[in-house]
Ligand binder design. Structure first.
Ligand SMILES: [Zn+2]
Ligand SMILES: [Zn+2]
Length: 144
């Protein structure tokens, strides 16, 4: 800093460098605040994602399984929303209108925007992976 002659620095008499203790407290405080903010944002994002998933799955479950709550269209699993996914009823290459590789929130948004097209259903992870493996879920084989 350059001072003119006779100029009194505004911080005259004050300690310029915070003591170590103070500095440490400051850093801790900042860190806490950052973490809190991050948690809040994450919570917000999660609840938004949960909301849209619930809405889309509810819609399909109501239509296909006549269920008030989201449930698997094959085995009826409805205890945990996290187990449920949107399944492409036909193989995915028949969905030329759908943008490529939509997953998760993007897919839910897309379905919402398209007013819930018919070629989709709700399946739990088990039924979904069984279906994509063997073309048909064992649950369905047993029923036939
Ligand atoms: Zn299932
Ligand atoms: Zn099944």
């Amino acid at each position: 800093m350059v001072f003119k002659k006779g100029h009194v620095p505004h911080n005259k008499g004050k300690i310029l460098v915070p003591s170590d203790e103070k500095r440490k407290r400051q850093l801790q405080y900042q860190k806490k605040r950052r973490e809190k903010k991050r948690d809040e944002l994450k919570k917000k994002r999660d609840s938004k994602r949960h909301e849209i998933k619930f809405e889309v799955l509810s819609h399909y479950s109501k239509k296909l399984s006549n269920s008030r709550i989201p449930c698997c269209n094959c085995c009826g699993e409805n205890q945990f929303l996290i187990f449920l996914t949107i399944d492409h009823i036909k193989s995915r290459k028949n969905y030329d209108k759908e943008p490529k590789n939509l997953v998760g929130k993007e897919l839910y948004r897309y379905l919402q925007k398209k007013n819930f097209p018919r070629e989709y259903q709700v399946l739990c992870m088990n039924c979904n992976s069984a279906k994509s493996d063997g073309g048909i879920c064992p649950h369905q084989r047993r029923n036939k």
